[in-house]
Design a protein around this ligand. Sequence first.
Ligand code: HEM
Length: 472
Amino acid sequence: MASTPVAREVPPPLVSGRPPGPKGRPILGSLLECRRDLLGFLRQCAREYGDVAFFRFMHIPVYVLSHPDDIERVLVTDSAKFVKSRDYRALAAILGDGLVTSEGETWRRQRRLVQPAFHRENILRYARVMVDDTDRAISRWRDDETFDVHQEMMRLTLEIVAACLFGADVSLHSGNVGEAMQVVMENFADFARMAMVLPRWLALPRTSKMSHAMRRLDAALFSIIQERRDAGSAGRARGAPGKGNGETPADLLDLLLQAQDESGGEMDDRHVRDEAMTLFLAGHETTALALSWTWYFLGQHPEVEQKLADELAEVLAGRAPTPEDLPRLRYTNMVLNESMRLRPPAWAIGREVRDPFRAGQFLVPPGTNLLISQWITHRDPRFFPEPERFDPERWRDDPIRRGTLPRFAYFPFGGGPRVCIGAGFAQMEAALILATIAQRFRLSLVPGQSIPLLPSVTLRPMHGIRVTIHKR
Ligand code: HEM
């Protein structure tokens, strides 16, 4: 780990004009390069042209900001000068006015209302669901079996988020709702990818299967919301993954229904639906990816895998992990951190400039798109020596807290006012799942497979990750 991080001391003098960058082609700009190898292209931009680079994606001007100081200003210090970029707004066709897609006063009010549901004491109650669902999933695993671990992690985190959100009202294994959810979920990533490049009306969920599933899901959600409202506090006992004794809110949906702002205002049904859909879709794929990529790295690094198993044996001695164990599972957390450094599940954050903003030596005009990318900054050799090497030891001394690493050299969950609301939930979930599985199984990569990346809204393995499992 670099002991003296590179920070810019005095702001350099402003220069006029655009930052340097690839010239691109007439009309297309750098479209073809982006389509050929988006991650390679962006990294090359930063490497060749520096911390502030410029390219055109067809007619859209894009500034790529790679220095942690600039990233901090976009996400934290000057965050009021930006709105989310158009690819996020396109997702509103599915997510409505939920936290991921809303802006301004609507977003502020919703964030205030939803935030308490993610306070530590509220998310702790989901630990049991996380461990129990994992136990149930691995009870089906057979020694020497081979499968796609990404698919398996997606199935598991989907079950967990459905249970945490809706308790017993939604089972993914039976009935309309579970089925509709699966269809929406499976098509969401494709829709999101389309929405990044097409006008919104073209990218709308047009396939009849998807829109049919959306209608069914909406009808089911509104009816669950209505039932819960009718049942009042009595209904809260139902389906509680935690205590759920009628006084304690049972699941996230109940917390959303009970949320009140300072003036006593509540969410109407439409807002509750939008937030539930947002949490459902934002709340499982990213965590599944963090785990899938962790299995990938563990499969490549048996020495790390052994150290992880040793820690689990020492701290847990074969029993199920609880949230109280997590501070002592230090190496487990270091492994997850390092995995999200090299394979950040959310690999880029886009913003549109509303008020002029200074990045490095350049003044960025309103209307410009900014791209900041975990993929680029997390592998910057100024902050991570030998950046491609998977080395959990980088995280041993908590370099960000100790100030040896700039705060925004590593930002898997974003930062500032729009930081991931589910970060605590996801970190607890990933650690509990990893600890539960790695105690009982070792996963080895099926040899000879290529595991290309698919940078969509999230960073997926294009054809999954095939592993063989071995009982310990
Ligand atoms: C490893 C797992 C996860 C990663 C890497 C991740 C990453 C992120 C990032 C980078 C952002 C900020 C996007 C931006 O600024 O434009 C974000 C926002 C968000 N995330 Fe997560 N996330 C994860 C898990 C979760 C979970 C489990 C939930 C919910 C249960 C969730 C719900 C949200 C929501 C609602 C937002 C929007 C917050 C707002 O704008 O107010 N995420 N996430």
